[in-house]
Write a protein that binds this ligand. Structure first.
Ligand code: WT7
Length: 630
């Protein structure tokens, strides 16, 4: 499965385009199927309707746990690095992981949870979260992990949309020196959610929590006496594996659905190839993402474990107890493959080279980045200081909806160019289209990044609303999956992803829709209306700037209420970086907000506004500029 030269990549790529069925069929056959598939791919991008290996029956966890037991049961699967380095580290072999997952699976079954039920996980990055993810998959329950930084309202929205029957949580989450309550957030959220019958509570910090008898169960009690064996539920390849909510340009976050078979095949294939990971060479992989995001699904919970990898799972943050935490942990665990986000690289780069050089990073072989475009300076620092100019940097472009990496170098096999995700993986057929759908063949011209053939881990639907899936991804460019990103191709065929062309802001690699933040702000007292735009931010990539029109309350109060309203509707992760209280928003004569003007102002480029005289209210423009500069 692992390609070992650039020529092998080129040959695989050609085969994957000329004969996708043969290409993916052969790869899929290397997995364990309870019942082999005879069909490889059926697809129609108009409905859309995509199926991979549809008559195959499998369980993804059998391919993670049972498959590795015989030969590699004693290999370490997880090296857990706690938030506080003074706390006890934990590690689990594949055999131990199998036992832990089965106990949780049996515990879930004992509470009547089974195939097709939705289970929300709202937890810190403790091993129990990973056990719970895999336990759901084991019994065919559909997990939906909600990042433990989202608010009660955001959690309730997701629980309701998914119709979850259970929520698994902890007392608190530790993030560096901070402790943030989780159980009480769940309690708040559940006032609005009738579907939830059971709440499991893992004591992560030992904080005291409120208790609802008959609903709440202590983790230890839930798994007490449970067997360390649990038969893996037989799943059709297209049965949903999980729902993960992500933001778009309109409305509430939507539940992206991935299915068992295709997701298994693609996360494994992309993992071993992009990272050139070799389990037999003693490689140690570390993806720093939280399981609450797709990266922590595909390249922590699934891909590496499917490949039998040894990996680090980290509970904490890059700057605690000191800014050398990543490098200290890399040295301690002998990490060979390190995968993080540009925002973390930029934040750590600001502390100079010395914290990196304090540690022996000589085992590192491959460095990866994900989540947003990486600027040249950060790329070079990562390559030079962290990688000692010895490690290829793979800039991996993908999305929650793509399930796995789409564009990237393959370890050291491929050419690399700072700021360019590069070439497509085998099986991935990118095209750049103009807004009118014309294919762009010239180099250096920006177009809409689309894919014209399905790959095994493509989004299947948006939960409960298939039409929304069609509208969002398949309607703009008929016959294509549209990413929402703009990109350019250079003379070597390398692709540079520039950023979103829709109303989505990418803050530290996390997506937020401007509409969803505006809706939150507009709920605040003393707010009349608002408009939200992104602006370049030195560390976060993009920051959130909100222009808020208040009632006659004092500006500081309006700003404070708007900010708190975002924190309560979405979570701390979406708190605006700047809130400008303004007397009005620039509008066209038909009443449309001119975001272009707001973006320029927020970027500090108000000298480039051009002619604004056709606005309904041109007089607000200097007031907006003054608010920005004030
Ligand atoms: C959006 C997807 C899937 C990983 C985490 C983010 C941006 C992602 C890159 C990259 C430039 C990137 C895109 C994409 N993005 N990776 N290597 N270079 N941009 O997942 O929350 O689904 O966001 O992140 O804009 O559409 P996500």
């Amino acid at each position: 499965m692992r390609l070992d030269s650039f020529a092998a990549y080129e040959a695989a790529y050609a085969e994957s385009v000329n004969n996708p069925e043969k290409f993916w069929g052969d790869i899929a056959k290397t997995f364990h199927w309870k019942q082999p598939f005879t069909k490889v791919c059926e697809w129609d991008f108009t409905t859309p309707d995509v199926k991979w290996f549809s008559d195959g029956v499998l369980n993804i966890t059998e391919n993670i746990l049972d498959r590795h037991l015989a030969e590699n049961g004693n290999r370490t699967a997880i090296l857990w690095e706690p938030n506080d380095p003074a706390d006890e580290r934990q590690s689990f072999t594949y055999r131990e992981l199998h036992g832990e997952v089965c106990r949780v699976a049996n515990g879930l079954k004992a509470q009547g949870i089974g195939k097709g039920d939705r289970v929300v996980l709202y937890m810190p990055m403790v091993p129990e979260l990973l056990f719970a993810v895999l336990a759901c998959a084991r019994i065919g329950a559909i997990h939906s992990v909600v990042f433990a930084g989202f608010s009660a309202q955001a959690l309730a929205d997701r629980i309701q949309d998914a119709g979850a029957v259970a929520v698994l949580t902890a007392d608190e989450v530790r993030r560096g020196a901070k402790r943030i309550p989780l159980k009480s957030v769940v309690d708040d959220a559940l006032h609005q959610c009738d579907s939830v019958r059971t709440v499991w509570m893992f004591p992560s910090t030992g904080a005291s929590v409120d208790w609802t008898a008959g609903r709440d169960v202590r983790w230890a009690d839930a798994i007490k006496g449970m067997a360390t064996h649990c038969p893996a539920e037989a799943m059709a390849a297209e049965d949903p594996l999980f729902i993960l909510y992500t933001s778009g340009s309109t409305g509430k976050p939507k539940g992206v659905v991935h299915s068992h078979g295709g997701y298994m095949v693609y996360t494994t294939y992309s993992f071993v190839n992009v990272f050139q990971y070799d389990a037999n060479a003693g490689d140690v992989f570390w993806c720093t993402a939280d399981i609450g995001w797709i990266t922590g699904h595909s390249y922590l919970s699934y891909g590496p474990l499917l490949a039998g990898a040894t990996q680090v799972m980290f509970e904490g943050v890059p700057t605690y107890p000191d800014v050398d935490r990543f490098w200290a942990a890399c040295a301690h665990h002998g990490v060979t493959h390190f995968y993080t986000a540009p925002t973390a690289i930029r934040a750590l780069m600001a502390h100079g080279d010395e914290p990196v050089q304090r540690h022996d990073l000589s085992r590192l072989k491959v460095l990866g980045t994900v989540g947003e475009p990486i600027n040249d300076e950060a790329w070079h620092w990562y390559h030079r200081v962290v990688g000692r100019e010895q490690c290829p940097v793979v800039d991996t472009f993908w999305q929650t909806e793509t399930g796995g990496i789409m564009l990237s170098g393959l370890g050291g096999l491929s050419p690399m160019k700072p700021g360019h995700a590069g070439l497509p993986l085998p099986g991935i057929q990118p095209v750049l289209l103009t807004a009118d759908g014309e294919e762009i063949t010239e180099t250096g011209v920006e177009g809409h990044l689309c894919f014209k053939h399905p790959w095994p881990s493509i989004i299947r639907t948006t939960y409960g609303d298939h039409e929304r899936c069609r509208q969002t991804y398949f309607a703009a460019h008929p016959g294509h999956y549209f990413t929402g990103d703009g990109a350019k191709r250079d003379a070597d065929g390398m692709i540079r992803v520039i950023g979103r062309v829709d109303d989505v802001i990418n803050v530290s690699g996390h997506r937020f829709g401007t509409a969803e933040i505006e809706e939150a702000i507009n709920q605040a007292n003393n707010v009349v209306e608002s408009a939200v735009v992104g602006f370049p931010h030195e560390i976060k990539g993009q920051g959130i700037c909100a222009f808020v029109v208040g009632t006659d309350a004092i500006d500081a109060a309006v700003a404070e209420e708007a900010s708190e309203s975002v924190v309560s509707a979405i979570g701390r992760v979406a708190r605006p970086d700047r809130i400008l209280v303004v007397p009005g928003l620039p509008k066209t004569r038909s009443g449309k907000i001119m975001r272009r003007i707001l973006r320029k102002i927020a970027e500090g480029r108000s000298s480039e506004l051009g002619d604004v005289s056709t606005l309904l209210n041109p007089e607000v423009v200097p007031q907006l500029v003054a608010a920005f500069e004030g």
